[in-house]
Write a new protein. Structure first.
Length: 378
């Protein structure tokens, strides 16, 4: 052992005072990774799927064509869009106007959307109510029938199903049949797990990815805000449940109601509500917020910019706003100070039982007899 140690010491000392090896000034060999990978892809098995590791060499030379923009500057084909807003914020009307715009080839909120076949999956309304809403919107937009052949509905209210079962059925039904968008309204009706569980919502969103990828359709869905005041929160954090819901989408369109003084708006917009739409986008520069009115049954863009100056309406003011809407609806349909429960329900777009509840809450101002509401005059 001593001989070995002496040999090592002697060998190291024989190289000089410094043990640092001399610098090698020769250039390192050049490896052309482009040539190595451009001619072949590397398959990789991920679960039951065979995926490919691919060089971007050819993509650099010849960039691939991007999918069609369905909503210009907002959403591409095969992308996912979530519309979020508080309960009863007329989100369904907004999405119905979107699918009508695509089917008929007209603008939606000022966007020149692509024209094509679209499927609206109705999870919440009766089939008759859904159909009549479409009829009313088309009539209000004065569109006629040219384009109606592009709009299809699937009514699933009362059907016990799941997101996987629906996607399994949709893929063979609509694939390669000219559809460019599928709308699910509302999406929570197809959710079977805990909406606060990130893993459950991640699995749910994976089914939406599968639908978009295999049908080559944009997938659009509506979701509700969490309870409480959302005015001080970022638009991406307002939706109910796990944050995965919003962050998974390629486009988040969030709507918030504005505090509108009914005495200071055009007579044609009396009884309307006012809204601000904010955008959070993955693939595009985010546009400025949009402002519009909702006057049943359609949304009307703010033409003079006045809504941009209004503050957001905070939680806690709903009761006074409901009273204002009820008063406005009664005034519109009443004759000689009287209006039927059914007429008010139609004007408010709600059930007759809701009108009865309103009348009970406002009984100091309205009397009721045999389905007729009369305004009490002091």
């Amino acid at each position: 052992m001593d001989d070995i140690r002496e040999h090592i010491i002697d060998d190291s000392c024989s190289q000089g005072e410094s043990s640092t090896p001399p610098l090698d000034n020769t250039d390192p060999p050049v490896v052309d990774f482009g040539n190595v990978l451009s001619d072949a892809s590397i398959p990789i098995n991920i679960g039951k799927n065979t995926c490919m590791i691919e060089s971007i060499n050819e993509d650099i030379k010849h960039p691939p064509e991007m999918p069609q923009e369905i909503i210009p500057g907002v959403l591409r084909r095969m992308g996912k869009l979530i519309l979020t807003g508080c309960s009863k914020a007329a989100k369904s009307f907004l999405l119905m106007e979107l699918v009508i715009a695509i089917a008929f080839g007209v603008e939606w909120l000022g966007f020149k959307v692509a024209k094509g076949r679209v499927l609206y999956i109705n999870m919440e309304l009766s089939s008759a109510t859904c159909a009549n809403r479409f009829v009313n919107i088309v009539k209000e937009m004065d569109l006629g029938c040219d384009g109606a052949e592009n709009l299809f509905t699937l009514n699933l209210r009362g059907v016990d199903t799941s997101i996987k079962a629906v996607v399994d059925g949709l893929i063979p039904a609509i694939k390669d049949k000219g559809f460019i968008m599928v709308v699910i309204d509302p999406v929570y009706k197809l959710q079977s797990g805990d909406e606060n569980s990130a893993s459950s919502i991640s699995a749910f969103c994976s089914q939406l990815d599968r639908l978009a990828t295999e049908t080559k359709c944009s997938v659009v869905y509506a979701h509700h805000h969490a309870k409480g005041n959302q005015s001080n929160r970022s638009s991406i954090d307002r939706s109910s449940g796990s944050g995965v819901f919003s962050r998974d989408a390629d486009a988040i369109l969030d709507i918030m109601e504005l505090k509108l003084n009914q005495n200071k708006i055009d007579e044609r917009l009396k009884g309307a509500s006012a809204w601000r739409m904010e955008f959070t986008l993955r693939e595009f520069k985010e546009p400025d917020p949009l402002h519009f009115y909702f006057r049943y049954p359609i949304h009307i863009l703010d033409s003079d910019g006045s809504l941009a100056l209004l503050p957001l309406k905070k939680a806690g003011s709903e009761k006074s706003d409901q009273r204002a809407k009820f008063d406005a609806a009664f005034s519109k349909v009443a004759k000689d100070g009287q209006a039927s429960i059914s007429d008010i329900a139609d004007e408010l777009d709600c059930n007759e039982s809701t009108v009865y509840s309103y009348r009970s809450a406002y009984k100091e101002a309205y009397s009721l007899k045999k389905g007729i509401i009369t305004k009490i005059v002091d």
